[in-house]
Every structure is written in C-alpha cells, then in structure tokens.
Design a protein around this ligand. Structure first.
Ligand code: GTP
Ligand code: MG
Ligand code: NA
Length: 407
C-alpha cells in the first residue's frame, strides 16, 4: 500500500483463556454490558467482536469461548488479532485451554499480554500464575522477561484502567495502519442464519471501507451488502478498517475463516463465484473418487459389527457446526461410530427431517429452532428431534446414545 494512503486503525485485541476464567466478564465490565448473565450454561459458545472507546480512541475486542471443543474458534481469533490478552484466573492458575491459547498466539506470532483475573478472591495467587507462566516461556517484566502482566478483577474493575492503558500503549507502538480508500476486505469471524435476514456474517474490516451497496465475493459465493449492523445493534452506512460489523446480503452461508473482498460490480462478483464453484465441484469429484476406498473400509467396519449412529446436525452458527462435528468424531467406541450426514447453520427444515427419516437418523439442534413445516414432518415421519442450548450436554447425550446402541 502507498504510505500516504495509510491511516491509523483501531487495534484488534482477542481475549483468550480457559473456560470461566472471566473473559466475557472482563468485556462486560469494559462495555458496561451484561452478556455473561444471558449465556446458556454460563459459557460462551461463539466468537463475538465489540468496539470500545478508550480516551476517545476506538479499540476492537474479540471474545472467544474457553470450552475445550472450540479450539478452531480460538485459533481463528488469534489469527486476525494484533494483540492477545490471555486471561488467567488467579485462584485457578494455568489450565489446559490457557496452554492451548498460548500455542495459538505463538503460532500466529502475536504479542501476548497476561491479565491475571479474579484478584478479589481470597484464594487468588498471582505469584503462582507468574511462576507457572514463566515455566511455559511467558516471563513477566518483573522477573526480567518481556511479557506484560496486569492484575485485574472483572468483578470490581480493579486494574482494568491499567490494562486498557497498556493496550492503548502497545497499539501505538505497533503503529497499526490501513488504507480506508482501497477495495474493502473483511475477515469472516462467524456466520449464521437469522430470521428475516437470511445468511449473515460477523466480520472485521481489514482494509478499505465496507459500505451498504458494495458488491463482493466471499469464498465461492457472490453477494452485495444490503445492510450493516454494529455491535450495539444499530444500522450503519459504512465500516472502516479495524471495525467489527454484522453484514447482511450473502446469497449463501459464508465459511468462517474466508475473506469478503469488494468487487467492482455484481456481474464480476458472480463470474468469479461461478469459476470458484466449478473448481470446488471438480475437487469434490476427485474426493468422491478417492472416498470410494473409504466406503469399502466403512463396509468392513459395519461387517465387523460396528453400528452407525446417524445424525443431522443444525446449529446457530457455522463455527459451532464445525466444533461439534469434530467433538462427535473424537468420541471413542469400539462398537459404534457416529456419522453426521447433514451439518449446517440455520433452523431445522422439512428437508432435514425427511433426510433424517429416510436415513434413519436423529436430528440434533443446537441453539436453533424447528421450522413450522418441519414440525409437521416430524409428526408424520416419526423422526427423533432433540434441541440443546449447551454444547457439552449435546456431546454427552450423543456419547450416551452411542453406548445405548450396544444394549
Ligand atoms: P467462557 O466464555 O465460558 O470460557 O468463560 P469466560 O472466561 O468468559 O468467564 P465468564 O466471564 O463467563 O466468568 C465465569 C465466572 O467467573 C462468572 O460466574 C463470573 O461472574 C466470574 N468472574 C469473572 N471475573 C471475576 C472476577 O474478577 N472475580 C470474581 N470473583 N468472579 C469473577
Ligand atoms: Mg465467555
Ligand atoms: Na463462562
């Protein structure tokens, strides 16, 4: 990019850490919101991005889930961020997803700032956290290392102004710039279907300015921005670099991790989409040819008496579909295997139910609804539909069902 077109943009800060160490509570305190109170099971189950003003300057925060199964969401969060804030609860110390977050941050080569949280608790032990992290290669500046640590309480607000000050300072050092004039590019951090809005995506604008009316390509799909909604639910006309925004106007559900790229006009976007879809079909064809071999294997498995639990899985967001499919695939059993025959974001449709009926599958819904037509189909086809709002309850019940098939 030509130097004179570059302008300062807000830093993108991703909050990572083990489940329940206080990531969402920290953002709630900063934003004066109560997201944590409304979360099913008290856990975060998707990625969300927020804009905050600190002393007149904007900062963009990404909240990630700490539960073990959302590893891919954490990795993506680390990828698009400038700085990672690693939240570690002072009473708990480092835990498996603390270590995983460090790995993601290191792999993405991002600066880590450690926030030791819950220092209001009598059982808080900041020194232990510092020692534990030093053993993992994150040495505090107090010990002569190069990692900044801040002690905070998301409950009382202690230390949070210091954390924000430090983030603003680090951002200044990084001199984060982007060209707001060029063609817009934005990273898709989450995608979902919303009633009345169709497929929508949470994006963070990387360069250029995303405007209502902008034609774009996103992976193999074309689209045109119909409306933009900020993190407070307000309609906005444009979003500049570093800004998180919800985009409405996708023809199809975009893939998380893909990039939305502005095109000159709708026709050019459609042409490129057609080309990419053709490529995709060709590579799928190659994959099917390859998977004939795997079919043989699965027959062998069934021949040895391994039963198959077939599942139709519909979720609120694309990121959850991926995370749950992976977790189901990880369930170990010698005698039963679970197979997700349909997995997608959106409500449970009549088609899903019919597919489940003909394949003898169970329908699982995670944070989603059953469409009215599908309700009728469920009754007439006698298909089993189960709805969940907490991810580990779904996984546990799939595991139980697999074991139950042996009885
Ligand atoms: P996941 O998104 O599920 O990984 O959790 P999280 O890291 O976002 O943690 P969350 O904000 O949901 O907080 C978990 C629990 O810890 C809640 O009951 C909070 O009220 C509590 N909590 C968070 N921060 C503090 C703190 O500084 N002090 C105390 N005492 N409790 C806290
Ligand atoms: Mg959370
Ligand atoms: Na939580």
């Amino acid at each position: 990019e030509p130097e004179d077109l570059l302008q300062l943009r807000p830093p993108i800060i991703t909050i990572m850490g083990h489940v329940d160490h206080g990531k969402t509570s920290l953002l709630d305190y900063i934003r004066k919101t109560k997201i944590t109170a409304g979360e099913a099971g008290g856990i975060t189950q998707h990625v969300a991005a927020y804009k905050v003003e600190h002393e007149g300057k904007p900062i963009t925060f990404i909240d990630t889930p700490g539960h073990a199964i959302f590893s891919d969401m954490r990795a993506r969060g680390a990828d698009i961020t400038d700085i990672v804030v690693l939240v570690v609860a002072a009473n708990d110390g480092i835990m498996p997803q603390t270590l995983e977050a460090i790995e993601h941050a290191k792999k993405a080569k991002k600066t880590i700032i450690v926030a030791i949280n819950k220092i209001d608790l009598p059982t808080a032990n900041s020194m232990r956290v510092k020692t534990q992290l030093a053993e993992k290669g994150l040495q505090t500046v107090d010990f002569g290392g190069d990692v900044e640590f801040v002690e905070i309480s998301a409950l009382t607000g202690a230390g949070i102004p210091d954390l924000l000050e430090l983030l603003a300072l680090q951002a200044e050092v990084l001199e984060l710039k982007a060209n707001p004039k060029g063609n817009a590019r934005a990273a898709i951090i989450e995608a979902r279907v919303q009633p009345g809005r169709g497929a929508t995506a949470s994006v963070i604008v990387e360069t250029g300015t995303l405007k209502v009316g902008t034609p774009f390509i996103c992976g193999p799909f074309a689209g045109k921005v119909k409306s933009l909604i900020n993190d407070r639910g307000e309609q906005i006309k444009e979003a500049k670099p570093g800004t998180p925004v919800e985009v409405i106007g996708f023809d199809e559900m975009p893939n998380v991790g893909d990039e939305l790229v502005e095109m000159d006009n709708v026709r050019a976007a459609q042409k490129l989409a057609d080309e990419r879809q053709l490529d995709l079909r060709n590579s799928r064809l190659k994959m099917t040819q390859k998977s004939r071999m795997e079919d043989l294997f699965s027959n062998v498995i069934e021949g040895t008496g391994k039963a198959v639990l077939k599942l139709v899985l519909k979720c609120d967001v694309q990121g959850s579909v991926e995370a749950i499919k992976k977790a189901i695939g990880d369930i170990q059993s010698d005698k039963v295997t679970a197979q997700v025959i349909i997995g997608g974001a959106g409500p449970i449709t009549e088609g899903d139910v019919q597919m489940a009926s003909s394949a003898d599958a169970v329908v699982l819904g995670f944070n989603t609804k059953v469409e009215a037509n599908a309700v009728k189909a469920v009754k007439s086809e006698g298909v089993q539909v189960k709805l969940y709002s907490i991810v580990y309850e779904l996984i546990d019940q799939v595991r139980e069902a697999m074991l139950g098939m042996l009885e």
